[in-house]
Ligand binder design. Structure first.
Ligand SMILES: [Fe+2]
Length: 294
């Protein structure tokens, strides 16, 4: 069992918005006792070939929040995503709320600040975000207490957020038939990912788990919700008592065969800035492509 302040009697309302372009699931999580809510892992749309950014996915989140008369208190990033761009600043401008991420964002900013050869104007202290969470930190969404659990491995800044009986696992676990996230990005580590997954699986069996991604393995319909008990029993990468050594061997071999995510170059540059698009010396929004840098 866990030492974190978990309260399964608090049952937030969770609505999911699936982004088919990136297989990402964004969530609106509402405090059961008030109109306060949080958004977990939003998406900004990009046509990378055209260099065009739009906001259909974020606008759908905004429309739901406005229709339900909710107050957005937090915009949570489970980590610096490498496969989609965050819409956090756009949501904040429209609805308010604080943008939060794990404090190890500073390590991620340092790593990718070098890879993208960012100048000194790119701060590597996490100051682009409103809140930086440490393991076990709590914050409030209306009357509901949220807890951030440090879960590195996929990236150094990954955190799982537990809101009542719902845990948002980011890129640690996928649905049981999807397994686990990759651990081969700069700063990733398969052993750490295994340990972080064990931390998630040490939550109560009935904890609802919400995925950040689903790819519909074997052609099944997209799914995003499971439970600790389900993952423990059936996860194809870590379920049924797989050992740390087995996992590291499997994960390392598998990752070596995976292509880079299509949007990794734009995603990292935007997401390490809390979703703000970088600008050139004349203030125009502009992205870079470091050759052979990743
Ligand atoms: Fe990710």
């Amino acid at each position: 069992m866990t030492a974190y302040p978990i309260d399964l009697t608090v049952q937030p309302e969770v609505t999911a918005h699936f982004d088919a372009a990136t297989n990402t699931i964004s969530y609106i999580v509402k405090d059961p006792g008030s109109d306060a809510c949080a958004i977990v892992d939003s998406v900004m749309d990009i046509d990378y070939a055209a260099g065009r950014i739009t906001y259909d996915h974020a606008d759908a989140l905004i429309a739901e929040i406005e229709e339900r008369g909710l107050t957005l208190e937090w915009i949570i990033e489970t980590h610096v995503h490498a496969d989609h761009l965050s819409a956090a600043p756009y949501l904040q401008q429209r609805l308010g709320g604080k943008i939060g991420i794990g404090s190890k964002i500073m390590e991620v900013q340092d790593t990718f600040g070098k890879i993208f050869n960012e100048g000194t104007e790119f701060q590597r202290d996490g100051s682009q975000f409103d809140a930086l969470f440490e393991d076990g930190d709590t914050y409030r969404i209306g009357g509901m207490t949220a807890v951030a659990l440090y879960t590195p491995g996929h990236t150094p800044a990954c955190m799982v957020h537990v809101l009542g009986n719902a845990a948002f696992v980011g890129d640690t676990l996928f649905m049981p038939d999807g397994g686990s996230a990759r651990a081969d990005f700069p700063g990733g580590d398969a052993g750490q990912l295994y340990d972080s997954i064990q931390k998630v699986l040490s939550l109560p069996d009935e904890m609802r788990l919400f995925m950040c991604h689903d790819y519909g393995p074997g052609g099944r319909d997209i799914q995003w919700e499971t439970s600790v008990a389900e993952e423990k029993a059936n996860n194809i990468h870590v379920g049924g008592g797989k050992t740390r050594e087995e996992f590291i061997r499997f994960r390392t071999e598998r990752d070596a065969q995976l292509a880079m995510p299509k949007l990794i170059i734009p995603s990292l540059q935007v997401n390490m800035r809390a979703g703000t698009v970088p600008t050139d010396k004349d203030g125009r929004p502009m992205l870079k492509v470091p050759l052979n840098g990743l």
